[in-house]
Ligand binder design. Structure first.
Ligand SMILES: Cc1ncc(COP(=O)(O)O)c(C=O)c1O
Length: 410
């Protein structure tokens, strides 16, 4: 994989920050966008902009075609059975709220149980806690063990305890703090054995490994376009057709009906009945382009590239005294997300000092505060690696952290 050729396709990477070349290591928060994505979105507004599923003119037909094509591309990308299983939302957060507020709201009753885990992003915690308050259901947490792996056997204990009251397991594929991959397939078997459904948050995995809804055997799956080189403002919910067909819409309004009368409505077919209001067509066009762009690079090549950089970053950080990792140093089953702390230096200071050198990282709890609390860790600094990062950038980063560690202690 020619990283220089990849970098040339991302205009933002030629920027300077504080007089230094930008080194962008905040890919878990959002990735940068290649020129083809920017161009496709510009072109849409220049040539085909119109509202979908409404007017009968040519532009409306073109726009509707693109919107429907985007559903097909995403279905193909996820190996879904049909484009009817693909619902566009604004982001992963809205997707997880969709699952809680459709399936959760409609099927769960007092005393039922939703299982999440201690390593979830707040987006996969708070919708369930809100639902629990309202419906008097219980939220159980799969623990994270001392070696940072998920205690998936705890689900066996919960199965014995709650049996068929165990209704939903909602779990991330990859933690946005630890970077480690969870064994979703094993969890799918366990939750299905008591008749529960599995929702997988693939926000962090979708840009770094194949995500196949059949292979994962999930019932729902959610992600955001902007973390996979696509635009902000579009997210995807995959749902098994037979489940979606029985669900009532959560957000109602225009575009989702075939008939409305004074005391009711007939909902449109899937996926339209869940996509109320004016569609985010330009973002769907951008997402479709990002998916096609990613296909230029094989998963194997990308994994090899990102794994090499991850191993360099871990090795470089490991030589710094008083640096503590939140997560394993192992390269097995992980992506290039690495969280750490330097003794006596606040992560916000680390991030600001790195920014002075042009290096963008994230600092704080990364919307995963329960995980930090579990390990009594406080906020952390996080580097996250993408397709366009280089070995030289990792070296600049690790040298800079070393320098900060040596010179900025209180
Ligand atoms: C694992 C995980 N889930 C969900 C989200 C929420 O994504 P968004 O803010 O795009 O809705 C994030 C964002 O960082 C994430 O890392």
């Amino acid at each position: 994989m020619d990283t220089e050729k990849i970098r040339e396709q991302f205009p933002i990477l030629s920027r300077e920050i504080n007089g230094k070349p930008l080194i962008y290591f905040d890919n878990a928060a959002t990735t940068q966008k290649p020129q083809v994505v920017i161009d496709a979105m510009n072109e849409y507004y220049k040539t085909s902009n119109a509202n979908v599923h409404r007017s009968l003119h040519t532009l409306a037909a073109e726009s509707t075609k693109l919107w429907e094509q985007a559903h097909k591309e995403v279905a193909d990308f996820l190996n879904a059975e049909s484009d009817k299983e693909i619902i566009f939302t604004g982001n992963a957060t809205q997707g997880l709220n969709f699952v809680a507020n459709t399936y959760g709201r409609q099927y769960l009753k007092e005393g039922d149980v939703v299982v999440i885990s201690e390593l979830e992003h707040h987006s996969n915690i708070l919708p369930w806690l809100q639902l629990a308050k309202e419906k008097k259901i219980k939220v159980e947490w799969l623990p994270v063990l001392e070696d940072y792996t998920l205690d998936i056997n705890y689900l066996d204990y919960l199965k014995l305890k709650y049996k068929s009251r165990l209704k939903i397991l909602s779990i991330s594929h990859v933690s946005n703090v630890l970077g480690m991959v969870n064994d979703v397939k094993k969890l799918a078997k366990k939750i299905h054995s008591v008749g529960g459904v599995l929702c997988v948050d693939v926000a962090q995995s979708v840009a770094h490994m194949p995500v196949d809804v059949k292979d994962l055997d999930c019932d729902f799956l959610c992600f955001s376009g902007h973390k996979m080189y696509g635009p902000m403002g579009i997210g995807v919910v995959y749902g098994k057709k037979e489940i979606l067909q029985k669900l009532e819409p959560w957000i109602t309004g225009g575009n989702i009906v075939t008939k409305v009368w004074k005391n009711g409505a007939h909902w449109a077919e899937l996926p339209q009945k869940f996509e109320a209001g004016t569609a985010n067509v330009v973002e769907a066009v951008g997402l479709m382009e990002a998916i096609n762009w990613l296909k230029n690079y094989s998963w194997e090549d990308r994994r090899e590239h990102e794994e090499k950089l991850t191993s360099m970053a871990i090795a470089g950080l490991s030589t710094i005294c008083d640096l503590e990792f939140l997560g394993t140093k192992s390269l097995e089953d992980r992506i290039g997300v690495i969280s750490f702390q330097l003794k006596d230096i606040h992560p916000h200071d680390i991030a600001s000092l790195l920014d002075e050198r042009g290096v963008a990282i994230r600092a704080g709890y990364h919307c995963a505060e329960p995980l930090h609390t579990k390990f009594d860790f406080g906020p952390s600094a996080r580097i996250s690696i993408g397709i366009y990062n280089t070995q030289d950038e990792v070296k600049v980063f690790t040298d800079a952290v070393k320098n900060i560690s040596n010179n900025f202690r209180k």
